[in-house]
Unconditional design. Structure first.
Lengths: 270, 291
């Protein structure tokens, strides 16, 4: 889904925009695939599928059939009306129904190459990530195994610290940040590293919450496939401004949100 | 309903032909909630299918005679208890499985089908229990393998590009949302989702009803059915003939005209099972008041 379609949808109904950042191979695509497989099997605890305007794209991601062109990821979010061999950077849409109260939530999640996060960290290239300013929640993905491995631990912590800094500098208001630690099936992140990450976020005034997930389950893994994804969705929805006191109130209303430099007027709430 | 049409659509092997043949037989005999005031001029499509059924076989979907005669068949029906009401034409658009697949993949359908759908006042969308053509989503192991494999083999690519049945159904519903017109009185167009081969489900599943069946087998489609505000939808479990020809006991009873098809709607104590397979068509024409 390109910018125009996303904008149209947002003008029809209130959509929660979820920013997803993280290095290549941090597990962004796998988490989206896992979410879709859970919904396809009616196993996303507490939620049911309602609709998706990007159903085929989600299916292709879950089937490993959509891939960013290796070595040369897309430069911009583009609108393609025809199927492309290479994956376009764009938005994925999901409408979920929460079983407990039958409330319906529309999520717009960008499907971005990890290289965009790398250039954000290394060169502060934020122009194509401008939509994060209007996001309801940002997922920062990191491979938990890299924190548990000695020769990648320090780099991972440092890169996350830098990413927190870039995100904090970009945002013009408080946006809930979920640090999503992937590959929970391989083990838990140490208390020491968790404390370091929380301290890093705190110094940048970021509201950080941590959700460990396991998109799949490797042989001998400690958790089931899809572990933590339902919790991730619950917290993402709960993180929306105004719905819960967990996050500080935002003074920016939905009506005045800007997304990728386009204004959307008259977005309705559930 | 004013001389409009009801389109029957579904993936290959979803039971359209065998259902419509059985409906025609019911119309011919003069049973059920709907009637055909005038027999269609061209009966080849249903007669060829009935020829198979009369021999104790289901009409094969790949039969070329049946495929070719389908485009010429339509039958005008009206409610039996409202003999002066306008008729509705039941039509089966000549949309092959491959063309449907192309439509779902590209979100483009040919102009003549689009016009057919835009003229229709309602639709029957078919899903068949235990069809060999049903495609399940990838399992966790295969999905992860495909995601982590740098270059997929040709066989893997083919599998990775398969469209699970529930996704195809969701996309078909989207086509219907965007094409079926709203009635002049402002009512949403009606879509009957008919789960065929309902006699093949076990007793517990049958008791839980066709909605629960879809929720269990096709949760994405089931969720989608409850999310639309553009269509009125009802789900029916359908056994067009009342059993399976693979069962010799049923077959013999069928030859002796001792069994009838039936339709189930709802679940548990409120489930209604009736021996009138025209019920979904009557529901499209008249809604629940004449159920």
């Amino acid at each position: 889904m390109g910018l125009t379609e996303a904008g149209k949808l947002m003008s029809e109904r209130y959509c929660r925009v979820v920013g997803i950042l993280g290095a290549p191979d941090s597990g962004k695509t796998a988490s989206l695939a896992s979410l879709f497989l859970l919904l396809g099997g009616n196993k996303l605890t507490g939620f049911e599928f309602g609709d998706s305007r990007t159903l085929m794209a989600l299916n292709e991601i879950a089937q490993g059939a959509r891939r960013f062109n290796e070595g040369s990821p897309p430069e911009q979010m583009t609108v393609h009306t025809e199927l492309n061999e290479d994956r376009d950077a764009g938005f994925l849409h999901l409408r979920l129904k929460r079983i407990a109260d039958e409330a319906v939530f529309d999520l717009l999640m960008p499907d971005l190459p990890g290289e965009w996060s790398d250039t954000f960290i290394d060169r502060n290239r934020s122009d194509r990530l401008d939509f994060l300013k209007s996001a309801d929640c940002i997922w920062i993905m990191a491979d938990g195994r890299q924190l548990a491995t000695l020769d990648s631990r320090r780099t991972t912590l440092r890169r996350l610290d830098l990413l927190f800094g870039r995100v904090a500098a970009l945002l013009e208001r408080a946006v809930p940040i979920l640090l999503v630690l992937t590959h929970r099936d391989s083990g838990e992140v140490s208390d020491e590293d968790m404390a370091a990450l929380r301290a890093s976020a705190l110094t940048k005034n970021l509201e950080l919450d941590v959700v460990p997930i396991s998109s799949f389950r490797r042989k001998g893994g400690q958790t089931s496939p899809g572990f933590g994804i339902a919790e991730l969705i619950s917290r993402t929805i709960g993180a929306a401004p105004g719905l819960t006191a967990f996050w500080p109130a935002s003074d920016q209303s939905a009506e005045s949100r800007q997304m990728l430099r386009f204004g959307f007027v008259g977005a309705g709430h559930e | 309903m004013n001389n409009s049409s009801i389109v029957m659509i579904g993936w290959p092997d979803s039971g359209k032909t065998n259902y419509l043949a059985a409906v025609w037989d019911s119309l011919r005999i003069g049973q059920g909630k709907i009637m055909a005031p005038v027999p269609p001029d061209d009966l080849r499509y249903v007669e060829e299918a009935l020829a198979f059924q009369s021999k104790g076989e289901f009409a094969p979907r790949s039969d070329k005679n049946i495929e070719e005669s389908r485009r010429d068949f339509s039958v005008a029906v009206r409610l039996r208890d409202k003999p002066n009401s306008a008729t509705a034409d039941i039509v089966v658009p000549d949309i092959t499985g491959e063309l449907w697949k192309h439509a779902v993949e590209t979100t483009e359908i040919a102009a003549e089908w689009l016009e057919e759908l835009q003229r229709a006042s309602g639709a029957i969308l078919f899903v068949r229990v235990l069809s060999g053509d049903n495609c399940a989503p990838l399992d966790w192991v295969t999905s992860e393998k495909f995601l982590t494999t740098r270059k997929l083999s040709e066989a893997q690519q083919k599998k990775a590009k398969g469209i699970p049945t529930q996704i195809a159904l969701c996309e078909m519903l989207r086509f219907l949302e965007h094409t079926l017109p709203t009635a002049s009185d402002g009512e949403n167009p009606k879509v009957a989702v008919v789960v065929t081969a309902w006699d093949l489900v076990d007793a517990q599943t049958a008791g839980e009803g066709p909605d629960a069946y879809l929720r269990k087998e096709y949760p994405l489609f089931s969720g989608r059915l409850t999310d639309t505000s553009l269509l009125d939808i009802a789900v029916f479990g359908m056994s067009a003939l009342g059993g399976d020809f693979a069962d010799p006991v049923f077959k013999e009873k069928y030859f002796k005209s001792q069994v009838t098809g039936y339709v189930a709607r709802g679940a548990g104590n409120t489930q209604v099972v009736e021996p009138d397979i025209t019920t979904p068509i009557a529901w499209i024409i008249a809604g629940d008041e004449d159920k």
